[in-house]
Ligand binder design. Sequence first.
Ligand code: 8X3
Length: 256
Amino acid sequence: MENRYKTALVTGASSGIGRMTAKHLADQGYKLILVARREERLLALKEELGADISCHIIASDLRDTAAVRQAIETLPEGFRSIDVLINNAGLAAGTEPAQNAEWNDWEEMISTNCMGLSNITHVLLPGMVKRNCGHIVNIGSVAGIYAYRGGNVYGATKAFVEHFSRGLKADLLGTQVRVSNISPGMVGECEFSLVRYRGDTKKAEAVYNQVEPLDPSAIAECVVWCISRPAHINILNMEVMATCQAPGGLAVSPKE
Ligand code: 8X3
């Protein structure tokens, strides 16, 4: 099937789901704009994708909303009509109960997962509507659906992502612009847990010990599937868990 869309922007493209999504989109012949903080990783990915793939990189922290805006508003010729936005960048920081959490962690999650995502969406949306063509894929999390201990602000930011997606869908009624929210559960082969445990490799590795989590490619395939549905079909929500994971975190505390 020929792609209706030609150009995609992927945030958090330097690793994990973002990197794998970029590779899958490159396989489908997309022109790519890759956004992430680590320039050297983006350059390495660009090289790996090969000279046949048109690829522009933006090495920027999504929390720097003004810099991201400027980079998008001054994209080189040939990259300005973005059809697909993959809002993948995001992080979990810490697993402490809310009463013991670090404020900086909360601030970083809110400013990346909510502010960064909203900013880039706000910049790209008018063009999509004007061209009456586009697809926004937000990467949420099962943590935004099921509350678990230590998930506090991380889960809340992902609930924001899901509800924002529904709100966008409501506002975009009558246009050909589609919105999907994909909520993955535990994903291995990425830096998610390493970041969450602030670089503590032992704790991060323990999360995946003796289990078979999703891999980034599984979610990249979901992204590609959503955007390649016929134009009259909008997959609004996908919840994807590894077989070894399940919700069910209700807890009680014994009487004193
Ligand atoms: C993270 C998924 O299951 O680790 O987005 O909370 S989980």
